[in-house]
Design a protein around this ligand. Sequence first.
Ligand code: FPP
Length: 247
Amino acid sequence: MESKPQFHPDKLPKHLAIIMDGNGRWAKQKGMLRIIGHENGTKSVRTTVEACAEIGIEHLTLYAFSTENWNRPKTEVNTLMKLLVKSLKKEIKTLQDNNIKLMAIGNINELPKNAHKELLEVIDKTKSNTHMILTLALSYGSREELINAVKAISSNVKNNIISIDSIDESIINNHLYTQNLPDVDLLIRTSGEQRISNFLLWQIAYAELYFTDILWPDFQKEDLHKALKCYEQRERRFGKTSEQLSK
Ligand code: FPP
């Protein structure tokens, strides 16, 4: 029988974010087209979503397509969008079966019409689900998100809706795509790259970072467990000392 690792509920990240990287290299290593890497990447998406729901992670956010990804060759962008539509149609059942609510962050109006429509439909159909919130970052860029927030806040100041002095963290939070999400506790990036790539810059201020060499299509449930076990061992001090925390 499969042994299930136990995670202490207090030591589980409330919000896990993942930069799913390495699909292209995975395919290249096997002499296959990049898109085959992306196709296999969707399998890891499903495994990870189901595993997170099983463990009891409340929020999972996946970096599926960045604002910069629009600059990839047109054929790759088109195929990624088709894959998104296909996955949304196929995985609605996984979401319903696991009581998962789908949300999206990013400039989703930029998505092709059919992808945009499918996404909104799945978001609507799963809106009453309560077990876990799965957020897809699509056409997402953190700097763009922050620029939009600054513009909206400035406009409120200009129109005397708020004063400059009242601007605080909560006002900034409330103007981000992630306004309904807690801060990220753990950020995982696969494929050996150790950078943030314009993902949730504000929201990861105190996140623990975890990098693994595993390429995303190879990322299995056990790899997620390993990352969570590592997170369990981290001491999150939020600027305080160890001694203060143990009091
Ligand atoms: C990074 O690999 C991955 C992406 C840019 C897209 C992620 C997409 C998927 C996992 C599949 C579709 C997702 C959903 C939610 C349906 P890369 O192409 O940058 O790999 P490389 O760095 O090795 O070239």
